[in-house]
Design a protein around this ligand. Structure first.
Ligand SMILES: [Cu+2]
Length: 318
């Protein structure tokens, strides 16, 4: 026992040789070899702040202490400034942001910053495990969102839910659209972005096989679809154009359960939705012939009538 104890002591050594030096001693005769000393970390001469979020008492006052002031939130009705009565311009709303339309742009018009914000928001909702469940909704055929008049209104709400999710992490983000019929090319800035999304079936990493299995419908195909005068013939033609776009991208986009993992899914559907919105402006009264349960865009509560006006839903296309 005694031997073991003294052996231990000897192994650790009584004192490090350099401990007689001060912390900032300039040591011109460093030994060529030495063992790292984790037991005596160097004193770098300053202490961590008492409150790392508010490091500097000169700026943050008592917030920079161990006992910062208690936080009391403003009551909800007083959480923004209001002008004096004399200066009020009706209708005056508290937060303009909530009432602005989300402006969905042609992705070619996005600045690099806007591209990055879209991809960052996409990555963030994915990291928060919020994207996978949204993708899974698309794989549930109970919602009957393909191959019938629910196709356009259902995906309109689906995109809206995605946009709301993106805006929770970055309120400046709106879903851009990919005008594939005109462009005849995949958005170059997405090529390197192949996220892995956790689905109920397991993790799925986005793949693509661009141009391998279909031709991308051109502008004439879209014009022809828009030439239909009734909702069902129009929607059927547009869904066909949409299907070819999915297959043209290939990979994840070819499968209904995986397609929404690819950000281009949302941009592709924004374009389809944009075409519908444009057609609506010249075909007043031509609405999806849906009634009863089919008119509710489950799993959400919006009904077909709620889907008719995109401005009322909170967005617009430019
Ligand atoms: Cu779909």
């Amino acid at each position: 026992m005694a031997n073991e104890k003294s052996g231990k002591k000897a192994a650790h050594g009584p004192q490090r040789e350099h401990s007689k030096h001060g912390p900032h001693d300039h040591r011109s005769h460093e030994p060529l070899c030495y063992d790292p000393d984790y037991r005596n970390p160097p004193d770098h001469g300053h202490k961590p702040p008492a409150n790392p979020r508010y490091p500097d008492p000169r700026i943050y006052g008592s917030y920079a202490t161990k006992n910062p002031p208690r936080y009391i939130p403003h009551p909800i009705e007083h959480s923004c400034f209001r002008p004096r009565k004399d200066d009020c311009k009706p209708p005056q709303t508290c937060n303009g942001h909530d009432h602005d339309l989300c402006v969905r742009k042609d992705h070619r018009m996005l600045t690099t910053d806007e591209q990055n914000r879209f991809l960052n928001a996409f990555s963030q909702i994915n990291a928060l495990a919020a994207l996978g469940p949204l993708v899974d909704i698309h794989s549930n055929a109970v919602h009957q969102m393909h191959g019938n008049p629910r196709f356009l209104p259902w995906h309109r709400i689906y995109l809206l839910r995605m946009e709301e999710l993106l805006m929770m992490v970055d309120p400046t983000v709106c879903i851009p659209y990919w005008k594939s019929s005109e462009e005849q090319a995949f958005p170059a800035w997405l090529l390197g972005f192949t996220p892995t999304v956790t689905l109920t079936s397991g993790p799925h990493t986005v793949t693509r096989n661009i141009g391998a299995f279909a031709i991308l419908p051109n502008a004439a195909a879209v014009t022809a679809a828009m030439a239909n005068a009734t909702f069902n013939t129009f929607a059927q033609a547009l869904e066909g154009v949409h299907n070819s776009g999915h297959v043209w991208v290939g990979g994840s986009m070819m499968g209904i359960p995986t397609a929404p993992c690819d950000p281009v899914f949302w941009m592709h559907h924004a374009e389809i939705d944009r075409i519908w919105a444009a057609w609506q402006t010249t075909h007043a009264g031509q609405n999806p012939p849906l009634a009863g349960a089919a008119a509710t865009m489950d799993p959400w509560t919006e009904t077909e009538t709620d889907t008719r006006d995109i401005a009322a839903l909170g967005y617009t296309y430019v």
